[in-house]
Ligand binder design. Structure first.
Ligand SMILES: Cc1cc2nc3c(=O)[nH]c(=O)nc-3n(C[C@H](O)[C@H](O)[C@H](O)COP(=O)(O)O)c2cc1C
Length: 350
């Protein structure tokens, strides 16, 4: 039996296992609730959800379990507004893709959902954990969480970001190794200067901070969980491993690519959203990435590619989907979430 640590005690976790936040439909109510029921921490990737849906999802989770869960948002982004030249260039690049998938070619990005309204909804829901990525949360937000007993967890991809998060006053820090699937949480330096493997980053983080450190990136089984606990992590956060569970909302064509017997490499690309993310290479990445310096920035590009990605998903075609995946994705095991949690616990000797 693994020792309980402060992080687990504070949240009432039976096991130091976190289902990582994954925006874009993967983290369904069912997935989050099943992880919480099994003694882990489930996370809603809420960055693309309206305030109303955030509240509905939280109630639906609470109707299924008393277990803890996190709500995750993208904070601290001072994204530049797209220029008319970038919008025109993006329209030209995306037009053949829109035509190929039978959707209206994008003409301009629509306004993103306002972060302050998402934050209001999160505070109203009062989840056990508020986790965030892409930056630092404001002092006001951290103190609003503290007064509501919401544990705050920021994401760091470098030692410098670990220190900045600690100084900002968060309760715990998730270190995201360069192996991780999805968007890089990097916020202080260019991504190319912030690609650190989890083993290096975790070791530096536990030495630098006395806050609980959560490890994310490339952890696919209980052996990986055991390894990061031995290196000083308070919990392991797994994203890709949960994407092929029965309860995940991952599109079937994406799940098929994750479980493919002959795996393709993962790449870091800005082609889908305008922000660097790790995913399995496909035709859209190959065609659009060479143009990425001329396209609209995040989150405008995410909005302008959305209809194409959705149409590809409905058509069961992986070539225009953002196939987010961690480097270790060939180790995925499709099964029910409860079974995956049980396997992880056994393998990690928890
Ligand atoms: C599909 C997908 C979506 C993601 N979305 C988010 C997100 O909304 N917020 C966030 O903090 N991290 C996000 N991430 C990163 C994960 O939280 C986590 O760092 C990563 O999955 C860990 O690496 P692994 O996939 O190798 O387990 C996402 C990852 C994936 C695969």
């Amino acid at each position: 039996m693994h020792e309980m640590n402060d992080f687990m005690i504070r949240l009432g976790l039976a096991f130091p296992i976190i289902q990582a936040p994954m925006a874009g439909g993967v983290t369904t109510v069912e997935l989050v609730a099943e992880v919480a029921k099994a003694g882990g921490l489930g996370s809603i990737g809420a960055a693309y959800l309206t305030p109303e849906i955030i509240k509905i999802n939280a109630s639906a989770i609470r109707a299924r379990t008393n277990g803890p869960f996190a709500i995750n948002l993208f904070v601290g982004t001072d994204d530049p507004a797209p220029t008319p030249a970038e919008i025109a260039y993006t329209c030209d690049i995306l037009r053949p893709w829109a035509e190929a998938y039978g959707v209206e070619p994008p003409s301009a990005p629509s306004a993103p959902i306002a972060l302050d309204r998402q934050i209001e909804a999160m505070l109203e829901v009062c989840p056990p954990v508020f986790s965030f990525t892409f930056g630092l949360a404001s002092e006001d937000l951290l103190s609003a969480c503290r007064s509501r007993h919401i544990l705050t967890m920021g994401t760091a991809t470098t030692l410098e970001e670990v220190v900045a998060l600690e100084q900002s006053g968060v309760d715990c820090i998730c270190v995201q190794g360069m192996e991780a699937g999805g968007h890089r949480g990097t916020f202080l330096r260019p991504v190319e200067e912030s690609l650190i493997g989890l083993m290096s980053l975790l070791g530096m983080a536990v030495q630098a901070t006395s806050l609980p450190v959560i490890a994310a990136g490339g952890i696919m089984n209980g052996q990986g969980i055991r390894a990061v606990l031995d290196l000083g992590a308070s919990a392991a956060s797994l994203g890709t491993a949960f994407m092929v569970t029965d309860e995940a909302g991952t599109p079937p064509a994406h799940q098929h690519m994750l479980a493919e017997a002959d795996p393709r490499p993962t790449v870091l690309t800005r082609a889908f959203s305008g922000r660097t993310a790790r995913g399995i290479t496909n035709r859209f990445h190959e065609h659009v990435s060479p143009h990425q310096n001329h396209l609209v920035p995040f989150p405008a590009l995410n909005d302008m590619t959305r209809k194409i990605r959705q149409a590809a998903g409905l058509a069961g075609d992986a070539e225009a989907l953002s196939l987010w995946a961690g480097q270790a994705y060939p180790l995925v095991r499709p099964m029910a979430t409860a079974h995956l949690m049980a396997a992880l616990v056994t393998e990690a000797h928890l």
